[in-house]
Design a protein around this ligand. Structure first.
Ligand SMILES: Cc1cc2nc3c(=O)[nH]c(=O)nc-3n(C[C@H](O)[C@H](O)[C@H](O)COP(=O)(O)OP(=O)(O)OC[C@H]3O[C@@H](n4cnc5c(N)ncnc54)[C@H](O)[C@@H]3O)c2cc1C
Length: 81
């Protein structure tokens, strides 16, 4: 058994989740085609998928903070300009 897409690595909604899920699917399909056993294929796939998603999670750490901000823009100041 293995995981891919959001099940393997949930990302913040910043435009990378679908691309990572499609890359995972592609890598898993290629690994199955290129290896003799499913076990070897899953090992090869996870060797690529895990560092890639870990690195992306590190890069996006805190990047969604602005989406969840409770601060409102200062509309009065914005109309002055
Ligand atoms: C608001 C929002 C905006 C986003 N915007 C972007 C964006 O602009 N660009 C981007 O790249 N990503 C974006 N994402 C992330 C992207 O949607 C996900 O990363 C992507 O859909 C993950 O694909 P997935 O196939 O792993 O999971 P999902 O697309 O969640 O697919 C999982 C599927 O499994 C089904 N399922 C669940 N449980 C079961 C079960 N027990 N039996 C059978 N089926 C089941 C679900 O119904 C679903 O259809 C956004 C996400 C959100 C929430």
């Amino acid at each position: 058994m293995t995981l891919l897409g959001d099940a393997a690595h949930l990302m913040p909604p910043l435009g990378v989740g679908v691309n990572l899920a499609m890359l995972d699917g592609c890598d898993l399909a290629l690994a199955i085609a290129r290896h003799d056993t499913i076990g070897e294929a899953i090992h090869a796939y996870e060797k690529t998928m895990l560092p890639r998603s870990t690195e992306m999670a590190r890069l996006l750490d805190g990047a969604a903070d602005g989406l969840l901000s409770t601060e409102l823009p200062d509309f009065a100041t914005a109309e002055d300009h």
